[in-house]
Ligand binder design. Structure first.
Ligand code: URA
Ligand code: SF4
Length: 205
């Protein structure tokens, strides 16, 4: 189970985006509307990796356009990072969901699905050639940095990767939205902004 056979012979962001739509590297393509490739310029210094598209992203074909994306935009702005200088993508390119109460409920991708989809992620990173890659949440952190990474323990710290000069992990913005009280949301949001500031500082190294 792998996306590898579906990679284009001559990779560019355009050819990768196109080839991704025909990927059958794992079962997730069957129930999703479309594959959701990363968005941003080649040469973006900062590359952010989420988990997988959500309901809104699956319909729009673009990453981080729903509630988690709005929260991410706000945090980036507060950290002094211009979203247009960032490449944003996901560890898994198709939306995994199950029907519940007439809606499409997000389901966590399995380790096998994350592994199957990694060739798309590494192809995007190689083409963008960022200074810093940041994993948003545990799924992206495992895909980028391996199974030993623990986001709660390792967030905001430098992590080794062969994919870019600097690596880092932080929480997923949707975990801020899941907090129960305003105080908890405020605290988690501030910590997230702080991690993004650390990533921005790595850019200047
Ligand atoms: N959550 C993600 O991890 N990625 C998206 O693109 C949207 C929500
Ligand atoms: Fe291919 Fe990734 Fe979609 Fe699976 S989730 S079909 S590996 S693009």
């Amino acid at each position: 189970m792998s996306a590898e056979p579906f990679l284009p012979e001559h990779p560019s962001l355009t050819s990768v985006r196109k080839a991704m739509q025909a990927c059958e590297g794992c079962p997730l393509y069957r129930r999703a509307t479309q594959a959701v490739p990363g968005v941003g310029r080649a040469g973006a210094a900062l590359l952010l990796v989420g988990e997988q598209p959500g309901n809104d992203e699956d319909l729009a074909g673009k990453p981080f356009v729903g509630p988690a994306g709005k929260r991410l935009d706000r945090a980036l702005e507060e950290a002094g990072i211009d979203r247009t200088t960032v490449f944003v993508t996901n560890a898994v390119k198709h939306f995994k969901w199950a029907p519940a109460e007439g809606k499409r409920l997000h389901k966590k991708p399995s380790a096998r699905e994350v592994n199957a989809c990694r060739p798309w992620l590494t192809a995007e990173i190689a083409l963008v050639h960022p200074q810093v890659v940041v994993a948003l949440g545990a799924t992206a952190a495992r895909s980028l940095f391996g199974n030993q990474v623990r986001v709660t323990r390792d967030r905001g710290e430098p992590l080794e990767t062969s994919l870019a000069p600097h690596g880092m992990a932080t929480i997923h913005p949707s975990s801020i939205l899941r907090q129960r009280t305003d105080a908890d949301r405020r605290r988690e949001h501030a910590a997230f902004v702080e991690d993004l500031r650390i990533a921005a500082a790595l850019l200047r190294q």
